[in-house]
Design a protein around this ligand. Structure first.
Ligand SMILES: *Cc1c(COP(=O)(O)O)cnc(C)c1O
Length: 228
C-alpha cells in the first residue's frame, strides 16, 4: 500500500522548486509501483541489480529507472540496456565499464558521481581529494568516454537527529557541485544534484537539491530484517 497523501504533499513541494522525485521502490512489490505509476509517477529508484532487472521486465517501458545502490562493475551489463540514471558512480573504473556497455547497447548512459558527505564509515562515495583526481583523469580520458554523460552529484547525509549536521553536509555537497559545474564538456554537464531522502528531503531542498530519493514516506517502512 502506498501513502497517497504523503506522495501528493511531496509532489506539490517539488513542483514549486522544479525538482524531481525518484520514488525508491526497493524491496517493495511491483503492485505498489504500478499504483504509483498510475498516479503519474515515472521515476523509480532501485538498489539491487537483480531486483531492478526483474521489475523492469514487468513494468511499462516508459518508467525511468534510477540505479541508486552500489554498482559492481561485473553487473553493469545487466542494467545498461535500459537504465535512465546511475546515481552511485565513485570510480574511474566503473565509469569506463559503464561507457563500454553503453557503447555495446548503442546508447549514452547518464550518471551522477557519488560524494561521501556523511560521518558514517560504511557509505560509499568519493571524498574531495578523490573527486578532484577523478576529474583530472576524466579530462584526460573524456574523448574515450563518449557514451557516458556525467550530469552531477549524489550524496547521502548522516543518519542524525541533529539537523545542523545534516544541513552542513548538504551545504558542503552543494558547494562541491557548484565548483565542478563551472566545467563543461559534451559529456560533463552538471545539472542534477541528487540529495535528500524521507528523513531529510526538506533540508536538502532548502540547500539546493533538485532531485530527491524518497522511499519509506511513500511506500511505507521497509522491514528491518530485510536488506536495504
Ligand atoms: C533506500 C535509499 C533511499 C530512500 O530511503 P528512505 O529513507 O526510505 O526514503 C534513498 N537513497 C538511497 C541511496 C537509498 O539507498
Amino acid at each position: 500500500m502506498i501513502d497517497t497523501d504523503n506522495y501528493t504533499t511531496i509532489v506539490n513541494k517539488l513542483m514549486q522548486k522544479n525538482a524531481t522525485l525518484v520514488a525508491v521502490s526497493k524491496i517493495k512489490p511491483v503492485a505498489d509501483i504500478e499504483q504509483l505509476y498510475h498516479l503519474g509517477q515515472l521515476d523509480f529508484g532501485e538498489n539491487y541489480v537483480q531486483e531492478l532487472v526483474d521489475k523492469q521486465e514487468q513494468l511499462p517501458k516508459d518508467v525511468r529507472w534510477h540505479f541508486i545502490g552500489h554498482l559492481q562493475t561485473n553487473k553493469v551489463k545487466y542494467i545498461a540496456p535500459f537504465v535512465h540514471l546511475i546515481h552511485g558512480v565513485d570510480s574511474m573504473k566503473l565509469l569506463k565499464e559503464i561507457n563500454k556497455h553503453a557503447q555495446k547497447n548503442n546508447r549514452i548512459i547518464n550518471t551522477l558521481l557519488q560524494i561521501h558527505i556523511a560521518k558514517e564509515e560504511t557509505k560509499h562515495g568519493l571524498d574531495e581529494v578523490e573527486m578532484s583526481k577523478l576529474f583530472e583523469e576524466f579530462t584526460k580520458e573524456r574523448h574515450n568516454l563518449k557514451n557516458i554523460n556525467i550530469l552531477g552529484l549524489m550524496g547521502m547525509a548522516s543518519f542524525s537527529d541533529d539537523k545542523t549536521i545534516v544541513r552542513n553536509e548538504f551545504k558542503h555537497l552543494k558547494a562541491l557541485f557548484d565548483t565542478y559545474a563551472v566545467h563543461e564538456f559534451p559529456n560533463w554537464h552538471f545539472r542534477i544534484l541528487s540529495m535528500g531522502m524521507s528523513g531529510d528531503y526538506d533540508i536538502a531542498l532548502e540547500e539546493g537539491s533538485n532531485m530527491i530519493r524518497v522511499g519509506s514516506l511513500i511506500f511505507g517502512k521497509r522491514k528491518p530484517a530485510q536488506k536495504g
